[in-house]
Design a protein around this ligand. Structure first.
Ligand SMILES: Cc1cc2nc3c(=O)[nH]c(=O)nc-3n(C[C@H](O)[C@H](O)[C@H](O)COP(=O)(O)OP(=O)(O)OC[C@H]3O[C@@H](n4cnc5c(N)ncnc54)[C@H](O)[C@@H]3O)c2cc1C
Length: 469
């Protein structure tokens, strides 16, 4: 069933007059174990390569042992840095398996581990060499940086990586605008490139072993290839093909606006309800910022709709984006879709603007009457959006919608409406359902703990966090 807003953007839609079901994104024939195997296999290969090259030959002396630690920390720092690139390559097969929020979470912690390994590599190598040369540590450091090829560039690369790590610590991140943090983060690419040349030119494992060089370069080519393919190539092809423009802008509530985007061949744009794109509106000074927004109605081959809450600069500007503005997108991304469903019955739990993708799922998930239940939590009536659409959808699909409106502890909501007892009262058979959860991070954390207490296994909890930390 397709919801018809009173006026749909028409003229510019070079597509079907009637709503259609665009194709679903391809399902990649991979499972999580495949990825783990690949990661572990390479980690073992690296250790084997290092041992084969005599990594442990000199551990009998303190200098030799420290130098050996310096070598192995250097190898794994480079390997983790490559995994970092792959994690953020926006590869659809990774997104399908883990979801972008989990990939971003892994990227963050692996990033800190990479920084510590880089620091360890520098310290252990310098001290190891200093002991070997019977020199003062600082003298040795100076000698390494000024006389060894590609050590100075690698040191600059290391410093850049540390800067990226430090600015990603929550406390520092809170002080930086997202955009400033993002630009700084791009320095990581330069750091990785500088490290690569350092490894090939002075890396003990690569100077005299052409096979090791080919293997190592191969790892870099794969990582760079995934980035170019899915962060550059795929978006260029998508945007050239679909030529998206803003077709209509509708205010849904205070600081809440829906944007209808039209374009060419939208009936051939593979996307699922529950997914999001990174949107770039070519309007004003913000044209270079891309922000993730989820689809707030099921894809229908004629237009895409997002609904945006004004939070900061970027989302505030979307509220007044002019009709006709060109739009560039990357995606679709996100694993909170029907593809994850394993049970007939489904519960959808939305908080605030998290209603957007769940409203799309309520419209699109195949279901019989009684299969779908939506719980929509909002702090005040004015923040409730899509009420008419949700009620019409609920009637048409035989779904149940519970509106939980008010402040926790207020007369309307004396107790936490999302605690185990309250949620069980609303959906007694929730333990046997798939549960989709979307909203602010704190709300999702609370609901996930409630669901675990109610016996919903993690494999049937599908969440999308509207912030990456
Ligand atoms: C997967 C996903 C889906 C989302 N879907 C919606 C939606 O349908 N509707 C909606 O209103 N909001 C959605 N959001 C949130 C929305 O992306 C942010 O509110 C918006 O990016 C804030 O940007 P800003 O410039 O207005 O605010 P800022 O003040 O710059 O940032 C506010 C917060 O948003 C985060 N943020 C800013 N820019 C980005 C970015 N480019 N990528 C990731 N996080 C960013 C910042 O870390 C900060 O925590 C979604 C977020 C994610 C991660």
């Amino acid at each position: 069933m397709t919801m018809r807003p009173t006026q749909i953007p028409a003229a510019s839609t070079a597509g079907p007059r009637r709503a259609t079901h665009p194709p679903l994104p391809r399902v990649w024939p991979v499972i999580k174990v495949d990825v783990w195997w690949l990661v572990v296999l390479n980690a073992v290969l690296i250790a084997a390569m290092w041992l084969r090259h005599g990594g442990l030959d000199n551990v009998g002396s303190l200098g030799g042992a420290l130098t050996a630690v310096g070598q192995i920390t250097g190898l794994y720092a480079a390997y983790l840095a490559l995994l970092q690139l792959v994690l953020m390559s926006r590869s659809p097969w990774l997104d399908q398996l883990f979801g972008m929020d989990r990939l971003a979470w892994a990227h963050r912690w692996l990033g800190f581990a990479t920084v510590w390994l880089i620091v360890g590599h520098g310290i252990f190598t310098t001290i190891g060499y200093a002991i070997g040369d019977n020199a003062a540590i600082l003298d040795e450091a100076w000698k390494l940086v000024t006389t060894y090829e590609w050590v100075l560039p690698a040191t600059i690369g290391g410093a850049l990586f540390i800067a990226v790590g430090v600015t990603s610590v929550a406390a520092a991140r809170r002080r930086l605008s997202y955009e400033a943090w993002f630009v700084l983060h791009l320095l990581a690419y330069a750091a990785i490139a500088l490290g690569f040349l350092h490894q090939l030119v002075v890396g003990g494992d690569f100077m005299h072993d052409p096979i090791a060089r080919i293997y190592w370069s191969g790892l870099y080519v794969v990582a760079a290839g995934l980035i170019l393919l899915f962060r550059v190539g795929q978006p260029i092809v998508l945007n050239l093909r679909h030529r998206l423009v803003v077709g209509r802008v509708v205010q849904e509530g205070p600081g809440l606006t829906s944007v209808y985007v039209t374009g060419r061949d939208l009936d051939r744009l593979p996307v699922r309800s529950g997914q999001f794109f990174n949107w770039r509106f070519l309007h004003g000074r913000e044209w270079w910022h891309a922000h993730p927004y989820s689809l707030s109605s099921a894809p229908n081959g004629r237009w895409l709709r997002i609904t945006v809450k004004a939070l900061g600069d970027g989302s505030r500007r979307v509220q007044a984006v002019p009709v006709g503005t060109r739009v560039l997108v990357e995606g679709p991304y996100g694993a909170m879709t029907g593809a994850r469903r394993s049970r007939r019955k489904v519960a959808l739990i939305a908080g605030g603007i998290g209603i957007a993708p769940l409203r799309a799922l309520l419209e699109a998930l195949p279901a019989k009457p009684g299969d779908l239940t939506l719980v929509y939590r909002a702090r005040a009536e004015k923040h409730v959006i899509f009420r008419e659409e949700l009620d019409v959808l609920a009637r048409a699909r035989g779904a149940v919608v519970h509106y939980l409106v008010g402040r926790r502890g207020s007369p309307e909501l004396v107790r936490d409406p999302l605690d185990p007892r309250s949620l069980h009262t609303l959906i007694p058979d929730i333990a046997g359902r798939d549960v989709y959860v979307c909203g602010p991070v704190a709300m999702i954390d609370r609901v996930e703990s409630t669901l675990r207490q109610l016996g919903v296994p993690p494999s049937r909890i599908h969440a999308e966090r509207f912030a990456y930390l």
